[in-house]
Design a protein around this ligand. Sequence first.
Ligand code: FEO
Length: 500
Amino acid sequence: MSKEIPRRDFLKAAVAGAAGLAAMGALGTTAFAEEGEKAPRFEGKPKFAGVGSVRNVTDDIFYVGVSDRRIELFENVYPIPRGVAYNAYVILDEKTALIDTVDRSVTGQFFENLTAVLDGRDLDYLVVDHMEPDHSSAISEVLVRYPGAKVVCTELAATILNQFFHCDISDRVIYAAEGDTLSLGRHTLTFVYAPMVHWPEVMMSFDSETGILFSADAFGSFGALNGNLFADEVDFEKDWLPDARRYYCNIVGKYGAQVQAVLQKAATVPIQMLCPTHGPVWRRDLNWILEKYDLWSSYTPEEQAVLVVYGSVYGGTESAANAVAAMISQKGIENVSVYDVSKTHVSELIAEAFRCSHIVLASITYNMGVFTPMKNFLLDLEAHNLQNRSFSLLENGSWSPAAGKQMQSILDRLPGVSYTGKIVTILSSPDDDDYADLAAMADAVVASLQAGPVAAVEKEPAEVTRWVCSLCGYVYEGDELPEDYKCPLCGAGADKFEKQ
Ligand code: FEO
């Protein structure tokens, strides 16, 4: 994997005693294992060979998660032809701890794994880093099977657990506040709040013994695990990156500011391994995936690249879109991709929009507006908070073309958007004059690409002001913060909130 991507300043910062985890007193001064540096590794205990899908993460931390290859739609929205893994982990120490559970669809395999790893020992703690049911729907059964287990979670997680499963854990819960620690013996977990990444109750658990960050959904990916557990056991960039990008952009993409806050906390601790709740575990090249998260969460285009998306009924708009793509390629731009908006799941298009710096949209006029699948894509871009892109627009209409301005009116709502070239209008199918206009559009896109990264266009500030809890990162939205406001996550008063 590439080492070339320059790290942003805050990822370079290894700050002992600074805000975040280092202030909790448990942590050291070096951020992230450098490439080639020895990371925790264990070759596998024969004891577990052939038992379920158990893998050793270290000599006393075990993967007990399960892959689901039957599911068609993740969250009943996103197609996942490669399946998905629900990751859970067990720490065997003087005390035992289970970090998260799995979706209800795979509990059989999960309990086979858990029983094998515990090997007759009781479970002392169930740490709930994330309450979304793909990780929590086995909690009730865990509590029945292990009546002595205490649940460690945020107060909000306990509330939501009860809402979903009518499962009152008040007599066996330990509320984890930001920075609280839980000693298991050699291992000590420090709890780090990650509100709105991508649910409000999310926390991460950092093990200072091994440098493992149990990171909830962050750094996760679609895709079932195929025996391989670690990202360095697969060709991640080739086989996994598109699904990791699609997972991030669609599930977490709206919450870039919250992810940036977590990355800043992460830069203060000596992370050796990232253990997410989906997809491979990271023990090598951590900076590579951290840089991807930095780009995605700051809405910086991952690549100087052109994305062409068209919505066409009788082929004229498709011809025009193909022509623009060919003209751009003819001028030496290799990183160009073309999609039919009617045939491509919108989650793929969202991921491609996060990847590419320049986006060409071509739509027919339909019911005097934007073609329905194209409009859905544009509204989804807005919902996922895409920013800082250059758009070029093409409209088609046989008697009253109107899609161009209507596309622009939606895109104008995205921060940092600019436009390259004028709106090209064609009537039914492109003629010679239209091809001249398309050539001008292609020239403008190529010139913009060659000029370097797209400059964000400053706009009026958003109407809603944000107030960020300086203790846990919770974000309150509203013009005024009530004087008696208390953070719903950590209980901090209004004086601990900073206006953004
Ligand atoms: Fe994988 Fe947000 O649950």
